[in-house]
Design a protein around this ligand. Structure first.
Ligand SMILES: *[C@@H]1O[C@H](CO)[C@@H](O)[C@H](O)[C@H]1NC(C)=O
Ligand SMILES: *[C@@H]1O[C@H](CO)[C@@H](O)[C@H](O)[C@H]1NC(C)=O
Ligand SMILES: *[C@@H]1O[C@H](CO)[C@@H](O)[C@H](O)[C@H]1NC(C)=O
Ligand SMILES: *[C@@H]1O[C@H](CO)[C@@H](O)[C@H](O)[C@H]1NC(C)=O
Ligand SMILES: *[C@@H]1O[C@H](CO)[C@@H](O)[C@H](O)[C@H]1NC(C)=O
Length: 558
């Protein structure tokens, strides 16, 4: 057996070593065998320095309740559930009707949910279900893994599932700007001899650590994690001192307080003056809860990065395209591991691509054909990665029937953008169509574009709608009217046509309809990853996925 073949990744090992409880360990091993569901394990406990037992999920419950209170208290639509008393289980009641979740998603990724689609008044079982569909499908679309969680779990307020979902949503918002293309000043974190590309490959977690150390270096300190290394608050005191604006200097005298809890409280008092007291209590600092401390540090970064873009640098990093982001969100929502932050760089060992094959029902021979991380050997195990890439191309050609002319494993390993996207798109297309095929009769025809277009036309005609489409390139799709008509055909009277702009001319009007259409599709239960702009521009690929998802939704009804 080659090195690494039987070794789980460091991430897996870390999770495994955290699991003291046999039952949980069993559960994890099962999940590892199925290579999914790993994310949703929770409920472990740790002993705090005072010797009292704090369940991690209780610390999270308190932190998330406080965060939600601070962000949404002024929203009238949340008035009847906010503020949440963090010391009770109220949080789980507050998410039951879906409104709060929709608001939180929209806060993390602005403009994800069209306000007009949220049911707010006189809620019934049915309209609550719609809100929860909207929340869950929108959460998927921004890259949350929701495969193991359904509307019923939210309605019943299942604690570990709710906390898991909330953390994913909050983290996406917190990390949104910790990226070179969104904040060029991050280039100040370049180390000697490091290239910009190398810096761009770092995950937000790694960048945060790098950032903290960039500031701590000035006082000859460094940390290597957000748990053990921050428990004594010393690094925090110095970090706060470094990032504080000139007109708000930080008082660091609290670092001499001998009692760690009181010291942490004094430190948090200073963080409060910088408007950054968020996510952690003194207990969370002293117990070194790494998740919540990372969220705290991300808050510090977002409010007071205290970085300046190096002068003499005249590059502009390319920002992620809409298509890249949609593909990445799709992958992450399926729970691939590791999480994909950078669509090209994170696919070069093909591990994620192979998981996507598996999710699109192509058998992957993990035991005999795949080299698993960690990759050791010459050049970081590049030969092993290329072998994986070759296998990924082979599967596409031989098993999935993909068109991969001129694509070699080496191209994936080299992170060739065009060719990687070509493969990823075919995977997403296959995934979308497989769902449809599974809904249809088992020995039925393979689903293709024509079948979907015909179904769309038939469904529209049967419902007495006047719109129709000739293909996924049809210009009329840019108005979103065929999509809204189809939604209304699938679920009669769901669309409020008073809100729909007719005789659409400007792009602004088109976008308005498109936002409504995308949120409506998610609300009636279609897991749509595409964005409103894809409809406005009639982006053929994404348009196909929208109609295919709606067809899937329509067939479930039948
Ligand atoms: C979502 O965010 C956008 C932009 O921030 C805002 O205009 C809209 O009202 C928000 N909708 C909801 C449901 O919060
Ligand atoms: C950090 O360490 C260097 C080298 O040991 C020393 O010259 C410098 O004075 C130290 N700076 C501080 C702020 O302690
Ligand atoms: C954090 O890093 C320190 C070394 O800097 C190490 O001693 C400690 O074990 C680490 N803690 C965790 C939980 O990884
Ligand atoms: C990616 O592959 C295409 C097709 O082989 C090629 O034309 C292009 O130059 C490659 N891109 C890079 C950056 O190497
Ligand atoms: C859909 O309807 C349009 C308009 O009636 C028609 O031109 C087109 O051929 C139809 N396409 C399919 C595949 O049914």
């Amino acid at each position: 057996v080659e090195d690494g073949m039987n070794n789980p990744s460091p991430e897996f090992t870390a999770i495994l070593s955290d699991l003291k409880d046999d039952e949980l360990a069993q559960q994890f091993k099962k999940a590892l065998n199925k290579r999914e569901g790993i994310v949703n394990l929770g409920g472990t406990s740790e002993i705090s320095s005072e010797g009292t037992q704090h369940s991690i999920s209780e610390q999270e419950r308190i932190a998330f309740a406080n965060y939600i209170n601070s962000k949404l208290l002024s929203d009238p639509d949340c008035a009847d559930v906010l503020p949440i008393d963090p010391n009770t289980e109220q949080l789980f009641k507050a998410v039951e009707n879906g409104i709060l979740l929709c608001k939180l998603i929209n806060l993390s990724v602005p403009d994800t949910i069209d306000e007009r689609t949220i049911n707010k008044k006189k809620l019934t079982h049915f309209t609550i279900q719609e809100n929860l569909n909207l929340a869950l499908n929108s959460a998927s679309a921004i890259g949350c893994q929701v495969v193991n969680i359904g509307a019923l779990d939210l309605k019943e307020g299942k604690a570990h599932l709710v906390l898991g979902l909330l953390w994913q949503i909050i983290k996406i918002g917190l990390f949104a700007d910790i990226e070179l293309s969104r904040n060029e000043a991050i280039a100040a974190l370049l180390e000697d001899g490091e290239s910009l590309e190398e810096l761009m490959k770092l995950s937000p977690e790694e960048l945060l650590l790098r950032w903290a150390n960039f500031h701590l270096k000035k006082v000859n300190m460094s940390i290597s994690n957000f748990s053990g290394d921050i428990k004594d608050s010393l690094a925090y005191f110095h970090l706060l001192e470094q990032i504080a604006p000139d007109d708000c200097p930080v008082d660091t005298s609290g670092q001499y307080e001998a009692d760690l809890s009181r010291r942490a409280e004094l430190m948090l008092g200073q963080a409060e003056r910088l408007d950054c007291r968020q996510f952690v209590t003194a207990t969370d600092v002293v117990s070194g809860n790494s998740k919540l401390n990372m969220a705290f540090v991300a808050t510090l970064f977002n409010k007071h990065p205290a970085l300046a873009k190096p002068e003499n640098q005249n590059w502009t990093p390319a920002s992620e395209t809409r298509e890249e982001r949609t593909f990445r969100n799709w992958m992450n929502s399926l729970g691939v591991s590791p999480h994909v932050h950078h669509i090209y760089g994170d696919l070069i060992d093909a591990i994620v691509i192979l998981q996507l094959y598996e999710k699109t029902k192509v058998d992957v021979d993990w035991d005999n054909r795949v080299n698993l991380p960690p990759f050791k050997g010459i050049g970081g195990g590049h030969l092993k990665k290329i072998e994986n890439c070759n296998y990924a191309v082979e599967l596409g050609k031989d098993k999935a029937g993909f068109s991969l002319v001129g694509i070699a494993g080496q191209d994936l390993y080299d992170a060739n953008e065009t060719l990687t996207l070509a493969l990823v798109w075919q995977l997403m297309r296959r995934y979308t169509l497989k769902i449809l095929e599974d809904l249809g009769d088992k020995d039925g025809e393979a689903v293709g574009d024509d079948l979907i277009v015909t179904w769309v036309n038939d469904t529209l005609a049967q419902a007495g709608k006047t719109s129709s489409i000739k293909s996924f390139k049809d210009k009329s799709i840019g108005t979103s009217i065929p999509v809204l008509d189809l939604i209304d055909a699938i679920q009669p009277n769901s669309v409020n046509f008073d809100l729909v702009k007719k005789d659409v001319q400007s792009d602004e009007e088109k976008l308005d309809n498109a936002k409504y259409a995308i949120s409506m599709a998610r609300k009636i239960g279609a897991k749509v990853y595409a964005l409103p702009e894809d409809l406005v521009e009639v982006n053929t690929k994404m348009v196909m996925t929208i109609f295919a998802c709606l067809m899937g939704r329509g067939m479930k009804r039948a």
